[in-house]
Write a protein that binds this ligand. Structure first.
Ligand code: G3H
Ligand code: 13P
Ligand code: ZN
Ligand code: NA
Length: 299
């Protein structure tokens, strides 16, 4: 059934687990998430992004095209309709979220399409402009009853060869957070604590759990939920630690996409066989994440 992201995150906060937000690109992806949620009796968030996949997942081996259109540009309104309809018909609470909205003009239009929540991504902008941009979209989205997520700091791609100074400069600054929340009125904060889109370096993720603790403390006081992008590639123990320290929404893209692509690479008999195989491959990843995030059994 169609639910609200607000309700899903409020329940997660109450019981100390996290909800998975899975990036979808087509009907098979939508069905993979919804059937996984039903089987696991888990709430879930279907999300599509308007950021090109080359930006979201910079390190995939199968990145061959120069330009990747975003899921939203690719699937458009039919894909949004597919998500909403699948959510409505599901036996568990599912919501539909717009991920990485980084263009004001586009977001204003997107707000009319029936999403329940939106990420205003002004992380490419200097703080002042990020605040102004986020506040503007936030006020419009709130008039529609949507939950608003925004990002403070800047997520790195794992290919970026960052110096220690650059790594630290991109982390969420706890000293800017209270004012950013107050001025924008956001409901959820995507934090940058060393998490990255795509793969983590072979040396493993370098997550600043101490910073997460501070951010969670501050966010809880303001009634704002903590979101972690770049959940693909995080070791299980680290995911659990993040949940203990307040993460209530994990964004998962790369691992689901990889399952799809790997499945395509094994021989198939026919088109329908291809479609069911990729769906099952994606579903297996989603199920694993729902159990890890603790949302399984919480529908
Ligand atoms: O980090 C999330 C907040 O603790 C959520 O606060 O339960 O008061 O809405 P709330
Ligand atoms: P991953 O590709 O690392 O799972 O990140 C997903 C994400 O943050 C989408 O917004
Ligand atoms: Zn993201
Ligand atoms: Na990642």
């Amino acid at each position: 059934r169609l639910s609200s992201t607000k309700e899903l995150l409020a329940n997660a906060e109450k019981e100390g687990y996290a909800v998975g937000a899975f990036n979808v690109y087509n009907l098979e992806g939508v069905e993979a998430v919804v059937t996984a949620a039903e089987e696991e009796q888990s709430p879930a968030i279907l999300q599509m992004s308007n950021v090109g996949d080359d930006i979201i997942s910079q390190t995939l081996e199968y990145r061959v095209l120069e330009i990747h259109p975003s899921a939203f540009k690719q699937g458009g309104i039919p894909l949004v309709a597919c998500c909403i309809s699948a959510a409505e018909q599901a036996s568990v609470p599912i919501t539909v979220h717009f991920d990485h909205g980084n263009s004001k003009e586009e977001l204003v239009e997107v707000l009319e399409l029936g999403f329940d929540s939106v990420m205003v991504d002004g992380s490419h902008l200097p703080l002042k402009q990020n605040t102004t941009y986020t506040r503007y979209i936030s006020s419009l989205a709130h008039m529609k009853g949507m939950l608003v997520e925004a990002e403070l700091g800047r997520l790195s791609g794992s290919e970026d060869d960052l110096t220690i100074e650059d790594y630290e400069a991109r982390l969420t600054d706890v000293n800017q957070t209270a004012e950013f929340i107050d001025e924008t009125g956001i409901d959820a904060l995507a934090v940058c604590i060393g998490n990255v889109h795509g793969k983590y370096p072979t040396t493993g993720p370098n997550l600043r759990i101490d910073l997460l603790k501070d951010l969670y403390e501050l966010c809880s006081k303001k009634g704002v939920y903590v979101v972690l992008h770049g959940a693909s590639g995080l070791p299980k123990e680290l995911v659990k630690e993040c949940i203990v320290h307040g993460v209530r929404k994990f964004n998962v893209n790369t691992e689901v996409r990889k399952a799809y692509m790997d499945s395509l690479c094994s021989p198939k008999k026919d088109l329908v066989h291809v479609m069911t195989s990729v769906k099952e491959a994606m579903k297996a990843v989603v199920v694993e994440k729902m159990r890890l995030f603790g949302s399984a059994g919480k529908a």
